[in-house]
Unconditional design. Structure first.
Length: 127
């Protein structure tokens, strides 16, 4: 089975050998957890911007001053008050994406994420 994945104007073709539904069934819990985690992260980032619209500057400073990933994760949790999941997400986000983050953009991303979830579950339930 081949499927095309579009991401910000770029397209990739993914070839899945085997039965797609069997693969999905075997990995369903992991897929659901990944989807849920993204929603949690986006909501936490919105909350972070609600508290401080310059919070991302603090996040960048903490990451830049940290010597090791675990140190950055710990400092983000302690100084910014976010979960380990969100701290690791921020740590693995490119500097250019971090510096351009804002509440409105994250809210749009969360709305898009929710639409994608609705589409996925409506297509699964129909079949």
């Amino acid at each position: 089975m081949k499927t095309t994945i579009k991401n910000r104007g770029a397209e990739s073709t993914l070839t899945i050998s085997g039965d797609f539904y069997q693969i999905l069934d075997e990995n369903f819990a992991s897929v659901c957890m990944a989807i849920a985690n993204k929603g949690v992260i986006l909501k936490e980032l919105i909350h972070l911007f609600d508290k401080d619209d310059k919070a991302i500057d603090t996040v960048i400073q903490i990451i830049m001053k940290s010597h090791f990933p675990q140190e950055a994760t710990d400092n983000l949790q302690e100084k910014v008050g976010i979960t380990e999941l969100t701290a690791k997400y921020l740590l693995h986000t490119s500097l250019s994406k971090l510096s351009s983050m804002n509440k409105k953009g994250i809210e749009k991303e969360l709305a898009k994420h929710k639409k994608q979830i609705d589409l996925i579950f409506s297509s699964i339930c129909v079949q």
